[in-house]
Design a protein around this ligand. Structure first.
Ligand SMILES: [Zn+2]
Length: 146
């Protein structure tokens, strides 16, 4: 009997984030926005997170999917068996054109002899969103060099 490969923990869509995950499934990245200030934010939630506002007057705006790499770490030892199957991978934070920062994976990076070349990844580099279809419900936004 073969054992199923371990699965990374996946998000469970909530009423506040259903729309977000539906759009990810369609390979579109959408953000919540404070209508009063026009500022977008991540992660999606009903109450605007900006100090001095905290309003409920929010809507959705589609992200261009473009941004810059804020920071990253090349992971060689995954925290659980499911992640160990994926090493080396790059955990990253991307600053989107619209302002919010999103925790993500950086993909599409050149490997040399199974290793990620550190000089091929630099903070501030331009990146764009791509989606990985994990299962029928979840597509994860990841970023690659633009
Ligand atoms: Zn607000």
């Amino acid at each position: 009997m073969t054992q199923a490969a371990p699965q990374i923990p996946l998000p469970v869509p909530q009423p506040e984030s259903d729309f977000y995950w539906e759009k990810c499934k369609a390979h579109e990245l959408w953000l919540r926005r404070c209508v009063k200030s026009g500022q977008a934010y991540f992660y999606p939630r009903d109450i605007c997170p900006f100090p001095g506002c905290f309003c409920r007057d929010t809507d959705w705006v589609q992200s261009s999917g473009r941004g810059t790499l804020h920071t990253f770490a090349i992971v060689h030892r995954g925290p659980t068996p499911a992640f160990r199957d994926k090493v080396p991978y790059i955990a990253a934070v991307v600053t989107l054109e619209e302002g919010p920062q999103i925790p993500t994976w950086l993909v599409g990076i050149e490997f040399a002899e199974g290793e990620i070349r550190p000089d091929s990844v630099q903070c501030g580099m331009a990146v764009e969103v791509v989606f990985e279809d994990i299962d029928d419900n979840i597509s994860l936004p990841m970023f690659r060099p633009a």
